[in-house]
Design a protein around this ligand. Sequence first.
Ligand code: 9MR
Length: 361
Amino acid sequence: MRSSLSLSGILLGLLALSAVGCDADSGMDEVTPDPNRDYPALKTLAVHPVGVAIQAVHLSSTERTTVIKKVFNSITAEWEMKMNPISVGPGSYNWSGADALVDFAEENGMQVHGHTLVWHQTTPSWMENFGGDDEAFEEAVKEYMMTVIARYKGRVVSWDVINEAFDDERGELRNSVFRQRMGDDYIARLFRYAREADPDLLLFYNDYGLTWSLPKRRAVMRMLDDFQERGIPIDGVGLQMHMAWDGPPLEEITETIDEVVKRGLKLHLSELDVRINTDGNLQSWNEERGNIQKERVKELVAAFNRIPEEQRFAITLWGLRDPDTWLIDFYDRPEWPLLFDARLLPKPAYYGFVEALQEAQ
Ligand code: 9MR
């Protein structure tokens, strides 16, 4: 009796040790208890696509791709379909990351939203310091757009033609090299070029802060009205939705959504994440804030599901797991803004998304 007790004691001890060793060895980045465990997949509950921003490097992890394939039916490249990774010199292109992502989507029956043809923050240096005259500059931009759109024709359903063209304070056009070289009407010409490259492509304007910056919201709405009056092609608006547990208020969000919807355009909630560590006081995951995060996701998804179905383009999460988020580097503090935790398990916010979709049915 004594000896059998001590034997089971030793066995239990060994088991406990190996469990601790397992956690310690594999680290937060690698552990995946069971990516197939039973939780409802967003894509099967939603009538609209549900997307996630990923990087080509993520495709080498089966744990990740299992979750991505199970939950989502749309992807956006987090950075590899922007100008600076693709356009390595005049007329010279690097397609490696973008091709890998588009191939992955195609193999798994997911749609790809292209992000983004033009963005002042990802202009390659050869274009920023372009030596030729303004006409040659515009030709180079057009050639870039035509080439990228043509490469993914029929495989990328939509593109953000331009990202973040207006400033926050006064809603003025940012003084990017595109504006300097092409003039104040440059955005309209970018949209025309995109339509010329592929008449079937859905064309989006994408930006952040239209909820909380009234000047920016007004400027974008003025641009949409102007485009519609002049017949400049545009199909939708991407509201990025980098949100926080404490703002912006739902009314500001629904007002902005309504402004897009009443213009008959498609709506993409294009870069959703919800910060909980805005004050920087959290050093670890916090259940209370996490539950508020859940409610914020839920109310947003519910608001999206109230608009006419043909205008619901997609909701896209800006990253898969909390540790992947751009916000940690950006604010240089811990953050947990996404739907999956480090171990790829769905968080309360995931269930907020699920509940909103179930209630919308
Ligand atoms: O999250 C993206 C980060 O990985 C990239 O380094 C960065 C530059 O390409 O872009 C980040 O994504 C931005 C998006 O493209 C546009 N809206 C703001 C996002 C966060 O900066």
